[in-house]
Design a protein around this ligand. Structure first.
Ligand code: ZN
Length: 330
């Protein structure tokens, strides 16, 4: 696993500052916190931007032909591998549930870690969050849980993660045997989890049951040992929070066999993707993907031998309140 070093190099380039500003007209390089709301049945889903990120082509593993295509594609469009880091709030009317919480200060510094600000902009406080569902324990998905000095950002939240995931990343024995450049992932997972474990707020689950009403666990192994999606349903509508099924949307949807260096079991990650995508396209399921372009909400469509991404549009708001499962356009 050589990804940690590559990650730090790439993140360094992400936090590079803006061009020099003129004193007379000071510029403001920081974006406003961003959120985007959508109704899914009775659920109010809010995408919360944590930050933007650019995927490095060297993190992708595919056939020579596919990778040559990526290089050519990047020459034509340097933004081809741009993506995001997004967490999602599901307000059921009874509970406020976060699904993944972005990087906090554990992954990439200034470019990421803005989810708490986005949450506040959307009208919520961290104290109001009842539950955090975690797709996996990579720090770009759970870093927002905990500050560097070990404070729980969501002091009243119970955190849920698959047992296989928790057992893997929190095991001192597995960490000790892992390659040196993978160590930071274990260290961050352990530090991020520690205050929740101490407070009795860290919970694990096995299998595919449910944690809250109207939610189904969807095991999606491969990327990490306990990688889990969460599917919420309300009034005949569904939304799947799919974690890291896709990292580079403009490569892996057309080529689901392409894996990433962060996959613990690449073959299994590709198999999971190949199983899931046809079903999601066929059933027109609304998807929430942390690394898709903000707001990270959309649907997959069959296109040629692969798939394409149809981002949500404002019309989805109307469809959602009408109870339609079909988009009104295209
Ligand atoms: Zn990720």
């Amino acid at each position: 696993m050589r990804f940690a070093a590559a990650l730090l190099v790439a993140l360094g380039s992400l936090i590079a500052g803006p061009n020099a500003v003129l004193d007379a007209a000071p510029q403001h390089p920081v974006q406003a916190p961003a959120f985007y709301r959508l109704k899914v049945g009775d659920l109010e889903v809010t995408a919360l931007l944590d930050g933007v990120a650019v995927f490095d082509p060297h993190w992708l593993n595919g056939t020579q032909e596919t990778m040559d295509g990526v290089v050519k594609g990047l020459q034509a469009d340097p933004h081809m591998l741009d993506g995001g880091e997004t967490g999602f709030l599901v307000n059921t009317g009874k509970q406020r549930i976060l699904v993944d919480v972005g990087a906090g200060t554990w992954f990439g510094g200034g470019a990421l870690g803005h989810l708490e600000g986005s949450l506040r902009s959307a009208g919520h406080t961290p104290e109001e969050v009842d539950i955090v569902l975690v797709t996996h324990l990579h720090s770009d998905h759970v870093g927002g849980l905990t500050t560097q000095d070990g404070r729980r950002v969501f002091p009243n939240a119970d955190v849920y993660v698959a047992k296989a995931e928790s057992d893997f990343w929190l095991s001192p024995e597995i960490a000790a045997k892992a390659p040196k450049d993978a160590q930071p992932f274990f260290q961050s997972a352990q530090a991020i989890a520690a205050p929740y474990i101490k407070a009795g707020k860290w919970h694990t689950f096995s299998g595919s049951g449910s944690i809250v009403d109207g939610m189904q666990l969807v095991p999606v192994p491969g990327h990490t040992p306990g990688h889990t999606g969460y599917e919420f349903s309300s009034k005949g509508q569904k939304i799947l929070f799919w974690g890291d099924i896709i990292h580079a949307q403009r490569v892996q949807l057309q080529h689901p066999e392409v894996t990433v260096v962060f996959d613990i079991d690449p073959a299994s990650a590709a198999a999971t993707r190949n199983q899931l995508l046809p079903k999601l396209a066929r059933e027109n399921v609304l998807i929430a993907g942390p690394h898709m372009s903000f707001p990270g909400l959309g649907r997959v469509r069959k296109e040629g031998s692969g798939y394409s991404w149809a981002p949500v549009e404002l019309t989805d708001q109307r469809n959602a309140t009408k109870g339609s499962r079909q988009p009104s356009r295209h």
